[in-house]
Write a protein that binds this ligand. Sequence first.
Ligand code: SF4
Length: 218
Amino acid sequence: MNINAASLYEELFSLYGNTQWWPGETDDEIILGAILTQNTSWSNVEKSLSRIRNEGLMKLEMLADIDKSHLIELIHSSGFYNQKARTIIELSKMIVSNYGGIDAMKNESNEKLEAFIKPISGIGQETMDAILCYALDKPVFVVDKYTLRLMDRLGVKNVSNIRKAKEYVLASIGEDLGKLKNLHGLIVNFSKDYCRSKPACNDCPLRNKCDFASGKQD
Ligand code: SF4
């Protein structure tokens, strides 16, 4: 089945509406969440974010100067705390010293921002895209493992990696920031409810549009 991204968006939007993705009260908190969520569940991230918030440290200027062992204590629930603490401190320092804060970054081009963020240890493509899209309001689609699995199962042609998945979304959704933000959240919700590692195809609203469910895939 070759459903385009705009049609997929409408299908999922009819199920979940506006997901308000990414969860986070401020741009600084979104950046932290994007780093902390690597290889762990969001419930673990929430515990870390809440501890940072309760200590009044949810500002990059404060995190740039925080004692690393203290940050490790605060983010312990998110796992990989040593690496994540290093990444949070390094990124915070770089943003504060080069831009003064997030707002000034929003005027930069995507290319410049990618070149700035990419070299930071502990930030891969998905994390960088989440920062660009949700904290910096750049029209970038965040591709995660759920996205690639869903596209593959639906039978979307030629979507086998992050670059191709982005091209697929760009082709029919373009640079509509609101839809790009929401589509990622819609796919996460749908993948947790239906298209899990063991998919619930019998109950799935997309089963009539899906190659996997119609037996065209193993
Ligand atoms: S029918 Fe099954 S494999 Fe296809 S999208 Fe739904 S849950 Fe996923």
